[in-house]
Design a protein around this ligand. Sequence first.
Ligand code: SF4
Ligand code: SF4
Length: 447
Amino acid sequence: MVQAIKKYTFDKGGIHPPDHKELTRNLPVETMPLPDELWVSMAQHFGAPATPLVKRKDRVGEGDLIGAVEKGLGANVHSPASGEVVAIASVPHPILGKVPAVVIKVDHSAPPKDYEARPWDGLSPQELLGRIKEAGIVGMGGAGFPTHIKLNPPPQAKVDTLIINGAECESYLTADHRLMVEHPEEVVEGVAIIMKILGVARAYIGVELNKPEAIEALEQAVKKSARQITVAPLEVKYPQGSEKQLIQAITGRRVPGGGLPADVGCVVQNVGTTWAIYQAVVLGKNLYERILTVSGRGVKRPANLLCRVGVRVADIVDYLGGLSEETVKFILGGPMMGFAMADLSAPVTKTTSGVTFLSRKEADLSNYGPCIRCGRCLAVCPMGLSPNEISIYMEKGRFEDTPRFGLLDCFECGCCAFICPSKRPLVQFIRTAKMKLRQKAMATKKG
Ligand code: SF4
Ligand code: SF4
């Protein structure tokens, strides 16, 4: 039995949206069969897209390197299956519009690649980091920040605490939940690897209390580990899984505005990333598949899938028996932080935690109205920002004025839009303001 001695949580703002996790929380992860073609995006990480290292008609093996970034932030991209490169094409991307991709015709006769566990204790932190870099691991909770960079904070940061994010507070998503229930020992070994890299003696795995089986499984696994790892039960509150809120909930430390977790001695890693680190270091496996949730009442058969990178959403829909006639919205990710998409040919990437298909009853498609200055969005914002002002200035076309209302501290959790009685698309206003500021900065730099 789980004993919730202490419930960790953050103190400012937050909401309790319906979680809809009942659709998939008890469904074991199933492996999606390989489709005939994989569209492997070269933009699966924070930073510039990778450059394809292969050309049309090249043969590739499962796990082979097919894309790399030479300068700046980026991560390697590997072939998710054996086959032949049939094109270098463009594929839909939620933020960038279209991005380059390597299209692979899958060779279904090729045997699956075998991986065997090997000891890692003798490897130095630098060697472990090198393996993570080579494997192309990025933050799998959504941001896609290259993991080898995040795990190498500047020495003045004095990191003493590792926090693993198993909160999975987004509605509908249960992929991390199933991962923790089905692979707890591998997750805990991944935690031990990260602790060695960072040289920290203390780690926490934060899990919301609506996942008691995951907490129980991890506690059993932690008992077998020699490391000081604590499973921290978190109050069920959105956005409990955002980095700054998680750090405050577990350690009481506050990351300053514009600051990073390392500024308060913490590094946060998603639980899916931690599993990928285990696979890269212990099995020598590059990152080319992930667990994701496909849910919502718009899809005929909701599921948790182990899915190769490059599988198109359309292939997933076919595999799960199609969509219901009531489907009105498709989102890459969950409804709070995900991106509404129009094109089912979008491929799964390393950062795709889920695909949500909302039915007419679940999606609110009503038009939005003017701000009535009720102040509700201010009350729920966990960062203490003024999303109402940002939206009003955006309507007036004055995007340069929005940073003074906290624009750059907004991590787009969507609490404000969820609570707004006028249904104002506050996150869309915020994303547009950020994009316009970026465009302006680039134009100033060039000219
Ligand atoms: S989306 Fe941004 S402004 Fe809105 S509640 Fe979240 S952090 Fe605050
Ligand atoms: S919740 Fe909506 S209506 Fe109320 S102040 Fe915020 S933006 Fe305005």
